[in-house]
Design a protein around this ligand. Sequence first.
Ligand code: NAD
Length: 476
Amino acid sequence: MNRSYIDGNWVKGKSALKNLNPSDLDDCIGEFECVDGSQTKEAIEIASNATSAWQEIGIHRRAEILDHIGNEILKKKEDLGTLLSREEGKVLPEGIGEVERAGHIFKFFAGEAVRVAGSSMESVRLGVDVEISREPLGLIGIITPWNFPIAIPAWKIAPALAFGNTVVFKPAGLVPASAHALTQIISESGLPDGVFNLVMGSGSEVGAAIVDSLLVDAVTFTGSVETGRNVLVKTAERQARVQLEMGGKNPLVILDDADLEIAVECALNGAFYSTGQRCTASSRLIVTAGIHDRFVARLVERMESMKVDHALNPGTQMGPVVDQVQLEQDLEYLKIGRSEGAEIVSGGKQLERKTKGYYLAPTLFTETKNKMRINQEEIFGPIATVVKVNDYEEALNTANDTSFGLSAGICTNSLKYSRNFRRKSGAGMVMVNLPTAGVDYHVPFGGRRSSSFGPREQGQAAAQFYTATKTAYISP
Ligand code: NAD
């Protein structure tokens, strides 16, 4: 039995959930014990009481521990990547790549732990000095989604610990194995008991207990807009610090002068890698009229030669959808798109493979209007749309015309248009001749409008969320 981890112990839960491989429903990865609300409250109290010990341990030791965790993750990347792909369904190279990224994140924040900078200024009062410093916040509640089961926990846990905070971490119910394996490594890193705690369980009970607790100083959440807004309201009521990363409806603009092969590669990668289940997926392809037909024809050709199969099979380019609920949501959007008058030019159907899994063909809608629901709502599956536009201005306006603003891309050889797009895009991240998905671990990550709320994640920007500023006035 795989258990939660509280106060340095593997704790028996109150119920259990079965973890099935979406590539092969006959493959049960394991049973995972779920804790309940009262056990979560205990974990919160323990983590809250552990803050002083962790702060007093000093930045050098903190850095050593984080570096050790990073090294262990990197050492085990093949096994962890295989586990991740088995439970989430992304193909093995993506699974291993995600684990590598998690390892590098821990190592990056090991460095940041010893670089917490302050500043000093002269006071406007003679003989007084002013010192501005950053302090740990206390206890951080971490709530994560299923689609990046190791990288997202890593980019929240590592900075939380690096800056001297303790952690209560609740992973998504669909991916307990990755969270458990990561916790195993963290539990053997020399961290004092109670500093890091894993609570596996439901969002409505365990997640809500974290969000509602007065002992949790800040909540960092990644997931859907609906859940995120609920977390925002609850944390606002008790004035806790909160950071939300949510959905996207990311546009990839393709202009007439784009290199066709680069544009098609960006679209294929952005829309269908990780089965389109990335918040940064290129779900809207906004294409100017002069290149439209050539682009669609070449993209369809590439899509039809994509190997969709078991995530662990060598050569698979796209694995299954994560579960039945997500599959039904995808199929519903196929119906919605058809009923709105869009045309499916590739895919649009479930696939059968040797093993029973949630396989869906990569799907492309054309003849779409940006106002359609398939262009406004996050589908979160291997489904992309093409919106045909006349020129750059219309492309830019269309790109910005959703409630989201996470990532946006443009494929062009024009310096003028790429420069203008970088400045006028309403997204938090802009890509030129690159897919909208795929970001570095050492620079800020985040979006605008419905996609995000609060300070940026990752890179040096993470310090803004995980520390509190103190201003001291000193008169000798
Ligand atoms: P979700 O909102 O269903 O769940 C996210 C987490 O919140 C889970 O751990 C869940 O158990 C928990 N939760 C559910 N109800 C809760 C409650 N009442 N209180 C507290 N916690 C609760 O999202 P999901 O389906 O796991 O993930 C998919 C979504 O995540 C997509 O919308 C995707 O765009 C988004 N996402 C965003 C980013 C980003 O950085 N912007 C990255 C990855 C995924």
